[in-house]
Write a protein that binds this ligand. Structure first.
Ligand code: HEC
Length: 139
């Protein structure tokens, strides 16, 4: 009797390789900006407003005014990594203010952005998509 164990192992190799690839941080060219817009409306608009101008309905009861997220550009352009870090919130030692730590809520596929000092910002694909949508609404 031939031993049948070899073939299942060979079949499993491509599957293992595919799983390993899917665990890699998402590349920038797979970012779904429309999904970022939808996530923003679902998770952020109550405080920051549908147009991200810091004027959502929750502002009436918040003691700290939510930031106007259409004014994030500075002389160096849009600080994507820094904004992702602020939204994710998980690497902050003390997180003050009423804004939730979204890194835990929007945890799905992991993703990486570069901060301006070149350091990597580890976050999720959802946070990256929100950041890329915010980039489109800068005034
Ligand atoms: C409960 C209300 C609330 C919700 C919901 C909320 N935020 Fe905020 N956010 C704030 C407040 C208040 C501030 C300003 C104070 C602070 O930084 O904590 C802020 C600050 C920020 C900043 C920092 C701006 C800067 O200039 O550094 C960013 C970026 C941001 N929010 C993005 C988001 C995104 C994206 C979401 C949704 C995933 C979100 N916020 C959801 C209340 C909220």
């Amino acid at each position: 009797m031939p031993r049948p164990a070899v073939r299942p192992v060979l079949n499993a190799i491509p599957i293992a390789a595919a799983l390993a690839l899917s665990a890699l941080p998402a590349r920038a060219d797979t970012v779904d900006v429309a999904n970022g817009a939808a996530l923003f409306q679902a998770h952020c608009a109550a405080c920051h407003g549908a147009g991200a101008m810091g004027d959502g309905p929750m502002t009436e009861i918040l003691e700290i005014v939510p930031a106007d997220l259409t004014q994030l550009n500075d002389s160096q352009g849009f600080p994507a990594g820094e904004i992702a870090r602020a939204i994710d919130g998980r690497d902050m030692i003390a997180h003050g203010g009423p804004m939730p730590v979204f890194g835990r809520i929007l945890e799905d596929q992991s993703a990486v952005l570069d901060a301006r000092d070149g350091s990597p910002v580890f976050t999720s694909q959802a946070v990256v998509e929100i950041v890329r949508w915010l980039e489109t609404v800068q005034r």
